[in-house]
Design a protein around this ligand. Structure first.
Ligand code: SAM
Length: 394
């Protein structure tokens, strides 16, 4: 990663960053570029990457961008620290263990910041201290649903024992917008403060998140996109790329089955595969509540479900893996099952190029590409590619 040592002559694309801690925090590494210049740079990087797959001309239009590149993030996980003897939340300076207080982080949604400020004040009034100085609190997680103006809180702590639990939880729930309070405990401090168990302390167990016009009840351990705009736009774009009617949908790395639920009614049978038990439990609850009997949910790793995938023989698959992409057995099974339409959602270019290459070798071609700027001020880009089978296996 390059670092600016001295600014000799500012580029015409340089714009003053509104973030007061940018120089120390470094999370938004390209915030000093005007937003138009960021998008232009990402578009040209995308075209270069797609050329490697021989499909640069399939980009349809410009990169889709949020209405504002600030105030967009609706998910936050901030470590706690004790500075000048005060509890604070922030982000680690890149490559160090030094926490930069960032409670006014301008990419965060205003509701998130309001909830964060209220929580800090309340936790401090209970004399709760950060684990960096031997206290109880590692970090705070906040996920908000701007549509419902509600927030889900996650206290990341050293132990499950909550000081003055009844009072503290009741007071947290009285903060404006707070829907529920949860806790995850790990004795040791670590770079990822969320442990395997999440305890529900108060409020609703699952909070409604509104995505593409539908409310999804999600637990705090279930994946949601970084921003409400991203979740909505991704849902709408995937829907637009799906055929109107088909037989069997495999929604792989499906989380709580958001795509399978949004596309409900277009297919006869849907199958969601997801390793996270919390996401599968949320989906099962939705299946029950909304009578979504055409969806089956399987908890497990995609690469360990290859025989079932072959037997299920989807004619459409949505593949939305984590940044590292699909494991070799999973991509091999997809090439063998060869759904007629395969929609690959990628948050990492490297994996997209590797897995995309495998799909092309198996006889797919790319007929549509969409890109979303889900993370303004960072070099990241979310890409959706539709692969169609040249010669269906069946
Ligand atoms: C990028 S998220 C997408 C979730 C969902 N499609 C959505 O948009 O809400 C990736 C999901 O894959 C799950 N996951 C990661 N590795 C997996 C694997 N090997 N097999 C199945 N699921 C996996 C994660 O738990 C996460 O829910």
């Amino acid at each position: 990663m390059a670092q600016i040592i001295e600014l000799i002559r500012p580029s015409a694309d340089r714009s003053p960053a509104p973030c007061g801690v940018l120089a120390h925090c470094g999370a938004c590494s390209i915030q000093q570029m005007s937003y138009a210049a960021q998008l232009a740079a990402k578009q040209s990087a995308l075209i270069k990457q797609l050329a490697a797959l021989g499909c640069a001309e399939q980009i349809i239009g410009q990169i889709l961008a949020p209405p504002s590149p600030f105030g967009y993030r609706t998910r936050l996980l901030m470590p706690a620290d004790q500075q000048q003897d005060k509890l604070c939340f922030g982000l680690y300076q890149r490559g160090t263990a030094r926490l930069v207080p960032a409670e006014g982080c301008p990419v965060q949604h205003p509701l998130t910041l309001a909830v964060l400020a209220g929580c800090r004040q309340l936790l401090a009034s209970h004399e709760i201290q950060a684990s960096s100085v031997g206290g109880w609190l590692h970090a705070l997680g906040v996920r908000v649903d701007p549509h419902g103006q509600q927030a889900q809180l996650l206290l990341c702590t050293t132990s499950p024992k909550v000081p003055a639990e009844k009072t503290l939880v009741a007071q947290l729930l009285q903060l404006p917008g707070v829907f529920s309070v949860h806790l995850t405990a790990q004795a040791e401090r670590s770079s990822y403060p969320v442990g395997p168990e999440i305890k529900h302390l108060g409020g609703g167990a699952r909070m409604p998140f509104h995505i593409a016009g539908k409310a999804f009840l999600l637990s705090p351990a279930t994946f949601v996109q970084t921003s409400a705009w991203a979740a909505n736009t991704l849902g709408e774009q995937v829907l637009a790329l799906l055929p109107e009617h088909f037989d069997r949908l495999a929604d792989l790395y499906g989380g709580a089955g958001i795509f399978a639920q949004l596309a409900y009614g277009r297919y006869r049978q849907g199958w969601v595969v997801e390793e996270n038990p919390s996401a599968i439990a949320d989906l099962q609850q939705m299946i029950k509540q909304q009578a979504l009997s055409a969806i089956r949910a399987s908890r497990g790793r995609v690469e360990q479900r290859v025989e079932q995938l072959t037997r299920f023989a989807p004619d459409v698959a949505i593949v939305d893996p984590p940044r590292q992409g699909c494991k070799p057995p999973a991509i091999a099974a997809l090439c063998q099952a060869k759904p007629t339409t395969l929609i690959y959602v990628a948050c990492g270019f490297e994996a997209l190029l590797r897995d995309g290459q495998r799909l092309l070798e198996a006889g797919y071609r790319v007929d549509a590409v969409r890109a979303l700027d889900m993370f303004p001020h960072t070099p990241q880009l979310e890409v959706i590619m539709r692969f169609v089978a040249e010669k269906p296996a069946r």
